[in-house]
Design a protein around this ligand. Structure first.
Ligand code: GLN
Length: 184
């Protein structure tokens, strides 16, 4: 299994490290041809405006729209995938709205199907303003979705790659395995 991590900007190294820790081949993606043959793609946190600008410059916006395999967006990566940007998940995300009072914080997250809470690291996190009916909400904080899945697309408003807890990445790899099963 080979997973790409969009490496234009932001916390891509941490995702690569975590994927390698899970025994997966992880490659940095900076140009559209590097998407060929990947089993999944991670879009990391960072600054969504900068990331979108660079994606447009390199043609990665169109290439990612055409990418057929699972996608996992964290924080700015979640913003990039929403209905109003790449349009790959039926969510409307409001930037920087989560921490209007405290810009960044840590909070335990109860994730559907997991017994132990997940250590949520939120850094100027996006706020899910609207989720379409096809989107499964896997975790919430104070009634606000923070982990969601629609088909082959998983998004988190927090940063699992900045913790030692591999469970959200393992969840993504499970989606990748399911899709591989569907496609072969
Ligand atoms: N606030 C950033 C944005 O709007 C996201 C922050 C993050 O990825 N940690 O893109």
């Amino acid at each position: 299994m080979t997973i790409g991590v969009l490496a234009l900007q932001g916390a891509f190294r941490e995702h690569v490290a975590m994927l390698r820790r899970l025994g997966v081949e992880a490659v940095e993606v900076r140009l559209p041809p590097q998407l060929d043959g990947l089993d999944g793609l991670v879009i990391p946190g960072g600054e969504s405006t900068a990331m979108l600008r660079l994606m447009g410059l390199y043609g990665l916006d169109e290439a990612i729209r055409a990418f057929p395999a699972p996608l996992f967006g964290t924080c700015a990566g979640m913003i990039v995938l929403d209905r109003e940007r790449l349009g790959l998940i039926d969510l409307v995300v409001e930037r920087n709205a989560f921490g209007r009072q405290v810009a960044s914080f840590e909070a335990p997250i109860g994730i559907e199907g997991d017994d132990e809470p997940f250590p949520g690291v939120f850094i100027r996190a996006p706020w899910v303003a609207d989720a379409g009916p096809g989107v499964a909400i896997l975790a919430e904080i104070d009634g606000h979705p923070v982990l969601a899945r629609e088909g082959r697309v998983l998004v988190a408003s927090f940063h699992p790659e900045l913790t030692d807890d591999t469970r959200v990445h393992e969840r993504f790899l499970q989606i990748v395995r399911e899709e591989q099963g569907v496609r072969t």
